[in-house]
Write a protein that binds this ligand. Structure first.
Ligand SMILES: [Zn+2]
Length: 364
């Protein structure tokens, strides 16, 4: 009868909760933290009991449900969140004004559960019903699905202007077209990305990749130099562009960037990798060691750890220096990159948070 206790408790608390709307969710959360252990005893009973006892007629009860859904999601229990939100939508008493909010939660649940078709349909339905807040969710799911043309359409027609995001979408579509051997379109899309967001590095990196693939190596090197100049913090993401250039172009471009930012740890990582890829492994390891020593914020250390994990086995002569580098990178206790929106951690920088899909998710 645990669930009955929970139900009565939650109903009572739900009744006393709620002064100002912006405080309600926080209070419900705080309460739920208190009963967390009870809920984890039998969360399914808790969902059912809540549905019967609290009903949905009061704003406080709705806040309590939504906070419980948050709790499930935070604990990675997205299928329970789905069941909870579906229950909410199917119970009588949910005010029409709150319906869209619950439907957005369910769409987010579906996305997190990897049910992308369901999530896209949820968001599309909300958007068609006039819920402007669903547009960014739909765009993000379309990107998850690799439907960049559709994502671009939503970005342009349903969302306020966000040049940086628009440039990311154009860059992603450019890379897709390059992969399909449609070189001219890939270059044009990347040029457009640079044009809409001249200070963003992603467009310039995509342009470099597209030009190099089409045989315009000086153009590829120039675009890469631009990317490294406008996006020093995102420099590690320039590896595909750097790898696509022949050794001489790649190393000259890096030397040019390093001339402007001497000792920059991210540029040194790129240089170390590129030297190693060019067969100059001893010089490469030296550059990586230098990068590790110069790491200002821990990102380089994390990136090196990943690189060493994935690297080919060391050749006999470099066993000792490789081992030293590994020990040095492990010896530094660096925290993960943290998404500013969902708090999700990542060891290696990406354009989007792998958990919530936010672009440019990491501060600094
Ligand atoms: Zn995130």
């Amino acid at each position: 009868m645990h669930w009955l206790v929970i139900a009565v408790g939650l109903a009572v608390v739900a009744a006393v909760l709620g002064y100002r709307l912006h405080r309600r969710r926080e209070q419900a959360r705080a309460y739920l933290k208190g009963v967390r252990s009870m809920i984890s005893d039998d969360p399914d009973a808790a969902i059912e009991a809540l549905s019967d006892a609290a009903r949905l007629s009061s704003p406080e009860a709705i806040e309590t449900y939504l906070a419980l859904g948050d709790l499930f999601k935070r604990e990675g229990d997205v299928h329970r969140a789905i069941r909870l939100h579906r229950n909410m939508l199917h119970r009588p008493g949910l005010p029409a004004g709150r319906r869209a909010e619950v439907e957005r939660e369910l769409a987010d649940d579906h996305r997190r559960a990897g049910m992308l078709d369901e999530a896209a349909a949820d968001y599309r339905r909300l958007l068609d019903a006039g819920d402007a807040a669903a547009a960014s969710g739909l765009r993000d799911v379309l990107v998850d699905q690799g439907r960049f043309v559709d994502a671009l359409e939503i970005q342009r027609e349903n969302l306020p202007p966000e040049p940086r995001v628009l440039a990311h979408l154009l860059a992603a579509l450019s890379r897709e077209r390059r992969g399909q051997a449609d070189g001219a379109t890939a270059v044009a899309l990347a040029e457009e990305a640079v044009q809409v967001d001249p200070d963003g590095p992603d467009g310039a990196m995509a342009l470099s990749e597209a030009l190099s693939a089409s045989g315009d190596l000086p153009g590829g090197a120039t675009a890469l130099a631009r990317a490294l100049a406008v996006g020093p913090r995102e420099a590690l993401l320039a590896w595909p562009a750097l790898a696509a250039l022949p050794d001489a172009f790649a190393l000259a471009t890096l030397d040019g960037a390093l001339a402007g930012r001497s000792g920059d740890a991210r540029l040194l990582v790129l240089r170390g990798r590129r030297l190693a890829a060019a067969g100059r492994r001893a010089e490469g390891l030296a550059a990586l060691r230098e990068a590790l020593a110069a790491d200002p914020d821990g990102e380089v250390t994390l990136a090196l750890r990943e690189l060493l994990r994935e690297a080919a086995p060391p050749v006999p002569g470099e066993l000792v220096s490789r081992h030293e580098l590994m020990v040095a990178s492990l010896g530094r206790g660096e925290s993960l990159l943290r998404c500013r929106r969902c708090g999700g951690g990542a060891a290696v920088r990406a354009w989007r948070c792998p958990r919530c899909g936010t672009f440019d998710a990491y501060e600094g």
